[in-house]
Design a protein around this ligand. Structure first.
Ligand SMILES: Nc1ncnc2c1ncn2[C@@H]1O[C@H](COP(=O)(O)OP(=O)(O)OP(=O)(O)O)[C@@H](O)[C@H]1O
Ligand SMILES: O=c1[nH]c(=O)c2[nH+]cn([C@@H]3O[C@H](COP(=O)(O)O)[C@@H](O)[C@H]3O)c2[nH]1
Ligand SMILES: NC(=O)CC[C@H](N)C(=O)O
Ligand SMILES: [Mg+2]
Length: 526
C-alpha cells in the first residue's frame, strides 16, 4: 500500500517532515509544496532504516509533549547519520537540545502569540531576507542553555535561544512556527531551508506529477491487467478515474452505485458528464431497492452508515465478478480516491483519532478482496486534487463541486429513511442549491445541503392548518472540513429559500438555518 508513497519520494527531491503531533504539522508540508518542493510527513517514530528513500532534508515539527517527560516521543537518532540538513521547529528544536545536553525545562511563563525576531547572525543561510519579522510562538518549555556544539543565531524578547545553529553542520532549531501564516516571513525561512540549504529542486508541479503518475500506473498495472474503481461523481473519485483512464483507457472500469440516496438526477448526470464528457468507461448500477430495503426501520446513524458501507461492498464485489478481463481470469486492481489527509490521520503516531462517526469507506473492501490497491491521489491535498482535475480537462464546475458523503441523503433524513422521506429531502436540497447557485454563492461556500428533521410543526397555508415536518438548512465555510464556520447568508436570501421550500415541497411546514460551528457540531447532522 505504501508503494505509491515511496515512488513519489524517489522521483522528486523530498523533505521529510517528522510529526511530533503539533496541530500545525501538516502545514509544514503544505508550505513547502507551495514553492514546488515535495514534502512528506511521517510519524516522529519513523525508523530511518525502514524509510526506503533518502530525504533531501529533515524537519522535526512541534508537538504537545515536553521533551523531558517520561512518555515524550523521541526521534530515531539515525537521522543524524543521513548527513542531510535538519531543522527543528519548537518541540523539534527542544528535541535537538535534549539530545545535545538536555538543557530544556518549563519556562516561567507560557508564550502564545506574536513575537519579534531579532536575527543575531545575519549571514546564516536560514535567515536570508529576514529580520525583525513577526513570528508566531506557541510553547511553555524553553531552552535553558545552548545545546552542545550550537550557537545562537536569533533571539526574541522572551526567548534568548529563539534560533540556534550547529557550529559545523547544517542543523538548525527555531522556537517559533514558520509554517503558520501569522509568521510574516515564515515561508521565506522554509524556502531558505529547503531550497538553499537542502538544495531541493523546485520541480513539484501538478504537470510533472501527472506524467510521473501515468507512467507509474502503466508500469504497475502492466500491459493487460484490468482495474475497477468506485466512482461517485464527486471530486476525488472523478479525478482518480480520469487519471486512470489517461493511463490505461478502456481497461479501467468505473462503477457508480445508485444507492437510492443520491441527489436529484445525480446518477443520470454523472453518467453523462463522466461517460460522455470525460470518456470514462462507466457503468451505473441501480441498487436503490437493495439499499432502501436494508435501511427499513433503522434510525441509529451509525447503523445506517454500516449498512450502507456493507451494501456498497456487496454490490461492488458482484459487479467486479461480472467483468471478464481479456488478458486474465479476474480483475487484479482496485482504484481508490484516498487523499493525503486520510493518510495523515491514519499514520499519526498517536493512532487514529477517536471515532466520532464512521465515515463510509471503500477501505472496508480490503479484508474481503484479493485486489491490489491503486491510490494515485494518496499524496495530495484536496486543493491539489482540484488543480490536478483542472489540468486533466475536468470542468471547473465538477472540480469545484461541494463534497457529497457516500451515505448521502440517508444521513440527511434524520430518523427512518423511507422513499417518501428521501424524496422530500432531495427536493428541498435541490431548491436550496439552485438558489445558492443563482445568488452566485456556490463557490464561496464549502458545502451546503438540506436535512429533513423527524419532527412536525404547525403552520398555516391558504387559511388551512398544516402540521408537517421541518427542513434544516446547513452551509459551511472551511478549508479542511476538520473545523468549519456556518455561512453568513443575507436575510433576504434565507427568506426566499424558506418560502420556496414551504411552497414547493409537500410535507414541509417550516425551515430553519443551522448556526452551529464545527466543533462543537459536525458538518453532517448524523
Ligand atoms: N454512489 C457511489 N458509487 C460508487 N462509489 C462511491 C459512491 N459514493 C462514494 N463512493 C466511493 O467512496 C469514495 C469516498 O467518497 P467521498 O465522498 O469521500 O469522495 P468523492 O465522492 O470521490 O469526492 P467528494 O469528496 O467530492 O464527494 C469515493 O471516492 C468513491 O470511491
Ligand atoms: O464519503 C463520506 N462518507 C461518510 O460517511 C461521510 N460522513 C461525513 N462525510 C463528509 O465529511 C466531511 C466532514 O463531515 P462531518 O463533520 O459530518 O464528519 C463533510 O464534507 C461530510 O459531508 C462523509 N463522506
Ligand atoms: N508548539 C510546540 O512544539 C510546543 C512544544 C512543547 N510542548 C512546549 O510547550 O514548549
Ligand atoms: Mg462523495
Amino acid at each position: 500500500m505504501s508503494s505509491s508513497v515511496e515512488q513519489v519520494s524517489n522521483v522528486f527531491d523530498t523533505i521529510l517532515v517528522l510529526d511530533f503531533g503539533s496541530q500545525y504539522s501538516h502545514l509544514i508540508t503544505r508550505r513547502l509544496r507551495e514553492f514546488n518542493v515535495y514534502a512528506e510527513m511521517l510519524p516522529c517514530t519513523q525508523k530511518i532504516s525502514e524509510l526506503g528513500w533518502k530525504p533531501a532534508g529533515v524537519i522535526m515539527s512541534g508537538g504537545p509533549y515536553s521533551v523531558y517527560a517520561e512518555d515524550a516521543p523521541h526521534v530515531d537518532l539515525d537521522i543524524f547519520k543521513l548527513d542531510v540538513p535538519i531543522l527543528g521547529i519548537c518541540y523539534g528544536m527542544q528535541e535537538l537540545a535534549w539530545i545535545n545536553g538536555k538543557q530544556v525545562a518549563r519556562g516561567e511563563k507560557r508564550e502564545y502569540g506574536p513575537a519579534t525576531l531579532n536575527v543575531k547572525d545575519a549571514s546564516s543561510p536560514l535567515f536570508q531576507g529576514m529580520n525583525h519579522s513577526r513570528v508566531w510562538m506557541s510553547h511553555g518549555d524553553k531552552l535553558h542553555g545552548l545545546p552542545t556544539g550550537f550557537e545562537v543565531i536569533a533571539t526574541s524578547d522572551n526567548s534568548p535561544y529563539c534560533g540556534v545553529a550547529h557550529k559545523e553542520k547544517p542543523i538548525y532549531g527555531i522556537q517559533f512556527h514558520p509554517e503558520v501564516t501569522h509568521s510574516s516571513q515564515g515561508k521565506t525561512l522554509l524556502k531558505n531551508f529547503a531550497v538553499n540549504i537542502c538544495k531541493a529542486t523546485q520541480n513539484w508541479t501538478m504537470e510533472n506529477f501527472i506524467d510521473t503518475e501515468i507512467k507509474r500506473i502503466r508500469e504497475l498495472v502492466g500491459p493487460t491487467a484490468e482495474v475497477i474503481g468506485a466512482v461517485s461523481g464527486g471530486v476525488d473519485s472523478t479525478v482518480a478515474a480520469k487519471l486512470m483512464t489517461e493511463a490505461i483507457g478502456e481497461r479501467f472500469h468505473a462503477i457508480l452505485v445508485d444507492n437510492g440516496v443520491l441527489r436529484l438526477n445525480e446518477a443520470a448526470n454523472v453518467k453523462q458528464i463522466l461517460g460522455e464528457g470525460l470518456g470514462i468507461n462507466l457503468t451505473v448500477v441501480d441498487a436503490a431497492d437493495e439499499f432502501l430495503d436494508k435501511l427499513k426501520g433503522v434510525t441509529d446513524p451509525e447503523k445506517k452508515r454500516k449498512i450502507i458501507g456493507n451494501t456498497f461492498i456487496h454490490v461492488f464485489e458482484r459487479e467486479a465478478a461480472k467483468i471478464q478481463p481479456k488478458g486474465g481470469d479476474e480483475i487484479e486492481f482496485l482504484l481508490q480516491g484516498t487523499l493525503y489527509p486520510d493518510v495523515i490521520e491514519s499514520i499519526s503516531f498517536k493512532g487514529p483519532s477517536q471515532t466520532i462517526k464512521t465515515h463510509h469507506n471503500v477501505g472496508g473492501l480490503l479484508d474481503d478482496m484479493k485486489l491490489k490497491l491503486i491510490e494515485p491521489l494518496r499524496e495530495l491535498f484536496k486543493d491539489e486534487v482540484r488543480h490536478l482535475g483542472e489540468l486533466l480537462g475536468i470542468s471547473h464546475e465538477l472540480v469545484w463541486r461541494h463534497p457529497f458523503p457516500g451515505p448521502g441523503i440517508a444521513i440527511r433524513v434524520l430518523g427512518e429513511v423511507t422513499r417518501e422521506q428521501v424524496a422530500i429531502a432531495r427536493k428541498a436540497d435541490h431548491i436550496y442549491i439552485e438558489e445558492i447557485r443563482k445568488a452566485g454563492l456556490y463557490n464561496k461556500i464549502s458545502q451546503a445541503f438540506a436535512c429533513l428533521l423527524p419532527v412536525k410543526s404547525v403552520g398555516v397555508m391558504g387559511d388551512q392548518r398544516t402540521y408537517e415536518q421541518v427542513i434544516a438548512l446547513r452551509a459551511i465555510e472551511t478549508t479542511d472540513f476538520m473545523t468549519a464556520d456556518w455561512f453568513p447568508f443575507e436575510h433576504d436570501f434565507l427568506k426566499k429559500v424558506a418560502s420556496r421550500i414551504v411552497n414547493e415541497v409537500d410535507g414541509v411546514a417550516r425551515v430553519t438555518y443551522d448556526i452551529t460551528s464545527k466543533p462543537p457540531a459536525t458538518v453532517e447532522w448524523e
